[in-house]
Design a protein around this ligand. Structure first.
Ligand SMILES: [Zn+2]
Ligand SMILES: [Zn+2]
Length: 278
């Protein structure tokens, strides 16, 4: 079993050290994990931080290298115990991030870079505190249109290895808009899945939705469409923000994949995918 979406206490919204996560991984029988701390860079927001020993500092290449050192040490230590440890990040995408991101990650030997849309118009729709500010301005159809337009730019930027939690807007959108939030138009999704395939980026199955609303990201309807559109590269992760959530619902997620016609997931090494049969 593998888990490719994990936040340690270096992310400002998460807890747990690299060692705590690695020990937990061994305890629950994972064979490979990839740390993917947040990399938020939007200058119009105040969340562009990385945390060391409880002290926040602006996200930078130096900070990323410091994090790498810690993760590489764990990689060496846990290799002997049968656990493979990879170094990744989860980048909050906004239009115009590309050059800044490229500059920060250059020479950092990342294995894996996930792209996520957390914010629209600099408002975090994945935050209980902020989402209403955005949702009050748009109806559900407009929200989804705007969200997927940003996703389209993310995919087209050629900067990411996998697309995180593709329908994350439902997390708080479901309470705000009701079930209509599930009705993302088929033509939008067909277009997005075609772009994912053409640009060779992976689609993430994220189990955090299970913990929050008893439904994976992506929802069953979207998973079906993804398979119909020929998506082949899949990554899988718990999006854990504390060690207790590591590996949560992964067994169910693999079943979910199998039911929808998928039989491989990707691991990454220095940004190169390799498909693993399960
Ligand atoms: Zn995310
Ligand atoms: Zn995450």
């Amino acid at each position: 079993m593998i888990d490719y979406h994990i936040h340690t206490h270096h992310s400002i919204d998460a807890a747990g050290t690299v060692t705590e996560y690695c020990d937990r991984a061994l305890e629950i029988g994972l064979r490979e994990i990839c740390f993917t701390n947040h990399c938020e860079l939007d200058p119009k927001r105040d969340d562009s931080f990385i945390s060391f020993d409880g002290e926040r500092e602006p996200f930078s290449r130096e900070g990323l290298k410091r994090l790498r050192k810690e993760i590489f040490e764990a990689r060496d230590k846990y290799k002997k115990q049968g656990l493979t440890v990879k170094f990744g990040i989860e980048v909050g995408y906004y239009e115009g991030i590309e050059l800044r991101l490229q500059d920060i990650i250059e020479g950092t030997e990342l294995d894996f870079v996930i792209g996520a849309v957390h914010c629209l118009e600099h408002i975090c729709i994945d935050s209980s505190k902020e989402c209403k500010k955005y949702f009050d301005q748009y109806d559900a159809q407009q929200l989804m249109q705007n969200y997927f337009m940003t996703v389209e730019h993310l995919i087209g930027s050629n900067t990411f290895d996998s697309l995180a939690h593709i329908d994350v807007y439902k997390k708080y959108g479901k309470d705000h808009y009701g079930n209509v939030i599930n009705n993302v138009p088929r033509d939008i999704m067909n277009h997005i899945f075609r772009l994912i395939k053409e640009n060779h980026i992976a689609l993430e199955i994220n189990t955090a939705g299970m913990r929050f609303m008893n439904e994976f990201y992506p929802a069953p309807r979207l998973m079906k469409m993804a398979h119909e559109k020929g998506i082949e590269l899949i990554t899988i992760g718990s999006d854990s923000h504390r060690p207790e959530d590591l590996g949560k619902d992964l067994t169910l997620a693999f079943e979910y994949l199998r039911t929808n016609g998928f039989n491989t997931v990707c691991t990454f090494d220095k940004r190169k995918p390799s498909r693993q049969k399960f």
